[in-house]
Design a protein around this ligand. Structure first.
Ligand SMILES: [Zn+2]
Length: 464
């Protein structure tokens, strides 16, 4: 029984779901529920069916709106009949990042005079065009409102939030977050992405009991890198990690080192920066359901999958007027959780995002390697701050080469633990056991790797 319980906890940890707190600790319901209830103008307690009815109406509206105002959607929906049900909606073609890159301007539904911010995302690789996303003032306002409500799980009025995300430009993510926090009486320091660990730690030491918002590997470096002992355990109250996906092992290291609570947020520029955020139960993202309709589909067939089954995250913006995205394929891998949240909310929960489909490196025997499974094995090791991974082929064999960023001085122990973790920890171990992959080299680097978090960490596939 004890072993079963341990196995269940291990599985939860791998899936990024922290085991429920022991004893009779009260978990406060996500503040998003009350916010969404108000947005839906529901005066009784919110129900799933009220949300579903609201979303269907909004889906009809956004499809009609986009068809009327955007040349791109008019063409895409040319052969679509009237939309009366969710089944009708699920027959609508998907939109993709390629559409945004190549036809972004034609997706805009307002005059350019109404556009307040254009976000340009550089795409990796050599295929050219960047993605540009267009937001009106109203679109940005809705994101500020989400940030303001979502953050109230982590901080109370009068407390300080230090933002380690880009915030210099008006309407950038840090700026919008800061404006959301201002509304609820929180103190805000916009530090920006970490370029110098010592300066960032000095900022943290000026504010006892603060909440930090940042990029997972950067915050890990502040907590566990060289010089991190200036911040005592208990100094930081909470951390919100925000990117496309957050390794659960990083959250655990931070909690262990600082004794703080770690929350994660899911979102991308396309979702309007905010997408979903964990409640106090910290087991999956409660979604921004008044503004986004989220589906999980089979990445190959495009058919919706049942709740609980992993697939690709697809979302539709319900209220965005500048550049609505309809059935937009994110490439992110996740499942909709079926169990009710311990916080008691009726809002749906998206399980932890487990990387991207396109980023998986195919191996022999139908197996594949992706960043999240390496992350859960390697970030679990004390001293590992970041790593780069390459797959090369030599003599018909796929070989893994790792370069670990560490704070220095313990390379031998870390190398030993890395080998043990990779060969033992599920679900990465079977790749080595079945000889689909050979661990060829582990090297070390003590230089800090600066990343703004907008470039996604991925395995470099160097094979022909
Ligand atoms: Zn909850």
């Amino acid at each position: 029984m004890v072993i079963l319980e341990q196995a269940r906890k291990q599985e939860q940890i791998f899936r990024g779901i922290r085991p429920e707190p022991a004893g009779n600790q009260v978990i406060t319901k996500t503040p998003l529920e009350n916010w969404i209830r108000q947005r839906l103008a529901v005066h009784a307690p919110l129900t799933s069916s009220a949300i579903a009815a609201y979303q269907l109406e909004k889906l009809k509206e956004v499809v009609a709106y986009a068809r009327e105002r955007s040349p791109f959607y008019r063409e895409l929906f040319a052969h679509i009949g009237p939309m009366n049900s969710l089944a009708d909606f699920e027959r609508i073609p998907f939109t993709t990042p390629a559409h945004v890159r190549e036809q972004g301007m034609r997706m805009v539904c307002t005059s350019l005079g109404e556009i307040k911010r254009i976000v340009t995302l550089q795409t990796s690789g050599t295929t050219g065009a960047s993605k540009r996303l267009f937001f009106t003032g109203g679109d940005l306002e809705s994101t500020i409102d989400f940030f303001s409500n979502g953050m109230s799980t982590m901080v109370e009025a009068g407390e300080t939030v230090i933002i380690f995300l880009p915030g210099e430009q008006p309407d950038s993510v840090g700026d919008l977050l800061s404006r959301g926090l201002d509304r609820t009486g929180m103190k805000v320091v916009i530090h920006g992405p970490v370029r110098d660990d010592a300066a960032a730690r000095a900022e943290i030491m000026r504010h006892r009991g603060a909440c930090l918002v940042g990029i997972p590997t950067q915050i890990l470096s502040l907590a566990c890198g060289a010089g991190s002992d200036v911040i005592p355990a208990g100094w930081v109250k909470s951390v919100l990690l925000s990117t496309d996906y957050v390794p659960a092992a990083i959250g655990e290291r931070l909690e262990k080192r600082w004794g703080c609570r770690v929350f994660t947020h899911y979102g991308m520029t396309e979702t309007g920066l905010g997408g979903g955020v964990e409640c106090e139960a910290r087991g999956g993202y409660h979604l921004r359901e008044a503004d986004l309709y989220t589906e999980i589909v089979d990445p190959l067939t495009g058919q919706p999958v049942a709740d609980g089954v992993e697939g690709e995250v697809v979302f539709t913006t319900l209220t965005r007027t500048g550049m609505p995205l309809i059935r937009y394929r994110t490439g992110d891998r996740a499942r909709m959780l079926t169990e009710p949240c311990p916080c008691g909310s009726v809002l749906r929960r998206l399980g932890p995002v487990r990387g991207r489909f396109e980023a998986a490196v195919p191996l022999a025997q139908g197996l594949s390697l992706n960043m999240p499974i390496l992350d859960e094995a390697l970030f679990a090791i004390d001293g590992v701050l970041n790593f780069a991974a390459e797959v090369r082929r030599f003599a018909d064999q796929d070989q893994l080469h790792l370069c670990l960023q560490v704070s220095g001085g313990e390379e031998e122990r870390i190398a030993r633990e890395a080998v043990a973790m990779l060969l033992r920890k599920e679900p990465v171990a079977p790749l080595f056991r079945q000889k689909a992959l050979v661990l060829r080299s582990i090297t070390f680097d003590t230089a800090g790797w600066f990343t703004t978090g907008t470039g996604k960490r991925q395995i470099k596939d160097c094979r022909e």
